[in-house]
Every structure is written in C-alpha cells, then in structure tokens.
Design a protein around this ligand. Structure first.
Ligand SMILES: Nc1nc2c(ncn2[C@@H]2O[C@H](COP(=O)(O)OP(=O)(O)OP(=O)(O)O)[C@@H](O)[C@H]2O)c(=O)[nH]1
Ligand SMILES: [Mg+2]
Length: 238
C-alpha cells in the first residue's frame, strides 16, 4: 500500500524543513507531497533544495493567482492519486498536526476498518490548544451548526488532519471539489457522509503554531458558515 502525505503550504518556510524531517522519521515508507501556491517567503525554494537529496519528497507548485487552501488541497489529492497513492493523508504544514499520529491515522484504513479517518481533538485522548474562552465558544457553536446544517456528526468535523483511502477519494469525486478556501474541509466530509463512507476518528493533540502567521479571521468564519448553508441548499459557492 502506497501512502502519500499531502500538505498545502503558504508561507511555511520556517516550518517546512522540520515538518519533512518529522514525517520521514514517523512514517518512513510514505512519500511527502507539498502543494505550494508560490509562497512569497520562498517555501517552495526550500522544498526544491531538499528534493535534491530527498527521494521521498515531491512538490506541486501552483501559480499564486489560483491560490487557496481548498483548491491546493483538491489539486494535491488529484496529484496524490496520479502518483499511485492507496492512502492519502492531508495535514497542515505548520506542525499543529503532529506527524507522530500518522501511523494511527492510516492504520484503520490499512486494516480495512474505515474509508476515512479523522485526527480528532474532541474525543477521549484528544486535545485542542488552550484558546481563550470566546474562541472556544465560537468553535463549539460552529461545530453544532455544521452538525445541524450538514449532518457532519463527527466529534471534530473541522479537523484538517485526515486519512482517506484511494477508493474514498474517487467516490467523492475529489477533482470536482469547489471550495477554494478552508471550507474545503467540511465540503469533503459532507461528501464522505453523503457517499456512505465509513468515517472513524482517532485522538490527536493539536499544537498551536509557533512559527509563521495565522490566516484565520472572524470574516473567514462567517463566510464558512454561509457556505455550509449554500452547500446544503445546493446553491453555488466557491
Ligand atoms: N497551498 C496553500 N496552502 C495554504 C493556503 N492557505 C493556507 N494554507 C496552508 O494550509 C494549512 C492551514 O493553514 P493555517 O494558516 O495553519 O490555518 P489555521 O490552522 O486555521 O490557522 P493558524 O494555524 O492559526 O494559522 C497550512 O499548512 C497553510 O500553510 C493557500 O492559499 N494555499
Ligand atoms: Mg494552522
């Protein structure tokens, strides 16, 4: 079984070397695919430098004009399948998602016990970072909303640390994903449930990023909730 670990990056120069090192240590058999949208900080140049010596590392370089976490992930999944992946792991590149959990994420798929596995902060053994109370409340409300509107019944429907079998990605028609932004995480999970795939969760401890800058804002969150409604109602969104 061929495993590809796919991480979209935008300005992750300070994290990328450490990430790739940790991935090789924790899951030596996997290929690593970095999907970079021409990061101004030169993340892709760092990747290219490593690729000279690292045979397990690949780069999907995208033009900045088509930038977006969602489309980058979609293209990364398509590329992973073209690389012959049987299992694709998607994760953030800022070390919030720790490579040490990948063996546990892929294990249910290897054993034929699941099609999709979510690295979950909100099941027993999992942990989120210590957020201020208002952030915790927002996150909780968003979770309830997603469950209500889209039927995403997972304990952690917004986790972007997940493993998919090749068959699951084909079933959800991954190349036709629409969300350009982080809403992609919910769009994908919605399609998984709609397709009747078996979804499992394994606990992860989420670590706040220490390097680089955050791209999440209140307007992003509101936008996200609006898109969930549009998805459910079959209206257009991007
Ligand atoms: N290729 C690509 N990757 C992106 C883009 N936006 C974000 N990413 C990557 O997607 C992952 C998640 O983005 P983050 O900025 O960590 O988002 P977050 O985890 O919600 O917020 P913070 O960790 O607080 O910054 C990271 O690996 C980013 O580098 C984008 O437009 N294109
Ligand atoms: Mg992050």
């Amino acid at each position: 079984m061929k495993i590809v670990v796919m991480a979209p990056t935008y300005n992750e120069r300070e994290n990328i070397v450490e990430l790739v090192q940790q991935l090789h240590e924790n899951i030596p058999r996997a290929l690593v695919l970095i999907v970079d949208d021409s990061s101004p900080d030169g993340t892709f140049q760092e990747v290219k430098k490593m690729m000279k010596k690292d045979k397990r590392l690949r780069l999907l370089f995208r033009d900045r004009s088509i930038k977006g976490r969602g489309w980058a992930g979609r293209d990364g999944f398509v590329k992973s399948l073209a690389m012959g992946a049987d299992i694709v792991v998607e994760m953030d590149a800022d070390l919030s998602h720790q490579p040490k959990y990948i063996p546990a994420l892929v294990s249910p798929i290897l054993q034929g016990k699941a099609d999709v596995v979510i690295g979950s902060r909100y099941i027993s053994g999992g942990k989120d970072m210590d957020r201020p109370l208002h952030r915790q409340l927002t996150s909780n409300l968003a979770k309830k909303y997603l469950k209500f509107v889209l039927g995403l019944k997972a304990a952690d429907p917004t986790s972007g640390f997940r493993a998919f079998s090749k068959e699951a990605l084909k079933k959800i028609d991954v190349h036709s994903l629409k969300a350009r932004d982080p809403f992609t995480v919910s769009e994908i999970l919605y399609r998984c449930y709609q397709a009747g795939l078996s979804v499992r969760e394994v606990p992860i401890e989420f670590v706040d990023r220490t390097q680089g800058t955050s791209k999440l804002s209140l307007s992003t969150l509101l936008n996200y909730l609006g898109k969930a409604l549009r998805l459910r109602l079959g209206l257009k969104y991007e």
